[in-house]
Design a protein around this ligand. Structure first.
Ligand SMILES: NC(=O)C1=CN([C@@H]2O[C@H](COP(=O)(O)OP(=O)(O)OC[C@H]3O[C@@H](n4cnc5c(N)ncnc54)[C@H](OP(=O)(O)O)[C@@H]3O)[C@@H](O)[C@H]2O)C=CC1
Ligand SMILES: O=C(O)C1=N[C@H](C(=O)O)C[C@H](O)C1
Length: 264
């Protein structure tokens, strides 16, 4: 059995993940983690009355029981994810991280730490197969159509913008695209932000509205034609297959990987 701790268990993704772990015969829910939890055991929560699982609130509590955990699944917040992943690696608990917001510098540091500790881990901006495919297709398209704008659309509880998926899409496109300005070089924004965020000349636009979950559209323009690639996550269940795959496989690695495609 793979022993799993879910950090952010009380959030939208953390709740879905907690239920997925409980229902998966290959996994044991060995703990949940949030500094803000008001209870000491998961069975005190109405939804989990049959689950005798400790609620951990501090790193010290987790460290004292670190042999109880194989995998740390993180669906928390951008402001906490770096410290959470650093702690997990230092305690030889494999991080499987959905939380977005890690900087490039933090990623480099965490990769080195994982190598030093010979701990496998995964940072996945998106666990949905439709999003993983969208990023791959977008990179291919950019080889031939280098003028591109990204529109990501999310629920209006999301803390960060642009989305981690949109940033990862732009990074993958930039591997095959020469950085260049798009639009009139003399263009002026008469309203600040009108042209969106800029990534090596590509523009990224973030929509936040009730009714949305997670969606991304990549639009390519060229002489006399356009190509649009779109993915939609209508429900957070779309991420669970990828999370389960990562939890199951991450023990086979001894380095920190970025992107679910590394495990497919
Ligand atoms: N990679 C992927 O496929 C996906 C990634 N995400 C990402 O996952 C993250 C979470 O998304 P979502 O579930 O919608 O967000 P929510 O706000 O619904 O949940 C976040 C949870 O984390 C808790 N939390 C805050 N700080 C800490 C901490 N230091 N340690 C542990 N838990 C903490 C929050 O508690 P409290 O409310 O008390 O602050 C909350 O319960 C976001 O970064 C999002 O971008 C989301 C979906 C898919
Ligand atoms: O906050 C979300 O919901 C999501 N966040 C991730 C991101 O920022 O890319 C993944 C997915 O889009 C859902």
């Amino acid at each position: 059995m793979i022993k799993v701790l879910v950090a952010g268990f009380d959030g939208s993704m953390g709740n879905k993940t907690t239920n997925m772990v409980i229902e998966n015969d290959k996994f044991e829910l060995a703990g949940v983690f949030s500094p803000f939890a008001g209870k000491d055991n998961l069975r005190e929560y109405t939804e989990f009355q049959d689950q005798n699982v400790p609620v951990y609130k501090t790193y010290e509590e987790v460290a004292a029981q670190k042999n109880d955990f194989d995998v740390w699944v993180d669906f928390t917040v951008p402001s906490a994810v770096y410290q959470n992943v650093k702690f997990a690696i230092e305690n030889k608990i494999s991080p499987v991280v959905g939380t977005t917001g890690l900087t490039d510098e933090q990623l480099v540091e965490l990769k080195a730490l994982a190598k030093e500790n010979e701990v496998g881990g995964l940072i996945a901006p998106n666990f949905g197969i439709s999003a993983v495919l969208l990023m791959q297709f977008a990179k291919k398209a950019a080889e031939f159509m280098p003028d591109v704008e990204i529109i990501e659309l999310h629920h209006d509880n999301k803390l960060d913008a642009p989305s981690g998926t949109a940033v990862q899409t732009a990074k993958m496109i930039s591997e095959v695209r020469t950085a260049h300005h798009q639009g009139n070089p003399n263009e002026k924004e008469t309203m600040l932000g009108a042209r969106g965020a800029d990534f090596e000349g590509m523009k990224i636009h973030s929509v936040r509205l009730p009714g949305y979950v997670a969606h991304e559209q990549v639009i390519f323009g060229s002489l006399g034609e356009s190509l649009t690639i779109r993915q939609d996550s209508f429900d957070r269940s779309s991420f669970m297959t990828g999370v389960a795959l990562a939890v199951e496989k991450i023990g086979n690695y001894n380095e920190l990987l970025v992107g679910l495609e590394n495990l497919l």
